[in-house]
Write a protein that binds this ligand. Structure first.
Ligand code: ADP
Length: 179
């Protein structure tokens, strides 16, 4: 576990749907109607009510975030955000990925969310290289913490061991370990 200002930052390898936090973040698509990867796992674990809420919301532009309840999962909320599809960093992908993380945190603040877990947005089917993506996600979280002293814990959940190792390397470089 790491510490930045008053916030714990952890990395966990596993399934984000199992976590008992105030909010888990979903790497959704623009239509918000479910899909593969973590999106599919969240809708399967949470149940139909999440999809019904998403239908009412009606979609989400890339880089923005929307919120629903978490259905049958142990967390309270799901924040659905849409990361960019990676096409060689020529189309503002870095800025859009940063916004996906930062806007998720801004929405979390509106709902008094203090503990939040992120998957590795855009690095699955959307093809974003995880080394670069992990630097962007960490920067977005640290920038948010610099501006808002409200989060107690941010967890990066990595599904694959290799992704966990990459995050660990980046966080070891950037953040202070807690005792
Ligand atoms: P995107 O379309 O944004 O790339 P994906 O769902 O394809 O989203 O992949 C994002 C990341 O989520 C990938 O690193 C993938 O390994 C991971 N992932 C898949 N299922 C889960 C899960 N149940 N919990 C956490 N992470 C997951």
């Amino acid at each position: 576990m790491y510490i930045y200002k008053n916030t714990k930052i952890s990395i966990v390898q596993g399934d984000i749907t199992k976590l008992k936090v105030d909010a888990i973040v979903n790497a959704a698509n623009n239509r918000l109607l479910g899909g593969g990867g973590v999106d599919g796992a969240i809708h399967r674990a949470g149940g139909i009510e999440i999809l019904e809420e998403c239908r009412k919301i009606g979609g989400c532009p890339t880089g923005e975030a929307r919120i629903t309840t978490a259905g049958k999962m142990p967390s309270k909320y799901v924040i659905h955000t849409v990361g960019p599809i990676y096409r060689g960093a020529k189309n503002n992908e870095g800025e859009l990925l940063y916004k996906a993380y930062f806007n998720s945190l801004k929405l979390a603040a509106d709902y008094d969310i203090k503990t939040i877990a992120f998957p590795s947005i855009s690095t699955g089917v959307y093809g974003y290289p995880i080394e670069e993506a992990s630097e962007i996600s960490t920067k977005a979280v640290m920038d948010f913490i610099n501006e808002n002293d409200i989060l107690t814990e941010v967890i990066f959940v990595l599904f694959k061991e290799k992704d966990f190792e990459i995050y660990k390397r980046i966080l070891d470089k950037i953040l202070e370990m807690s005792k």
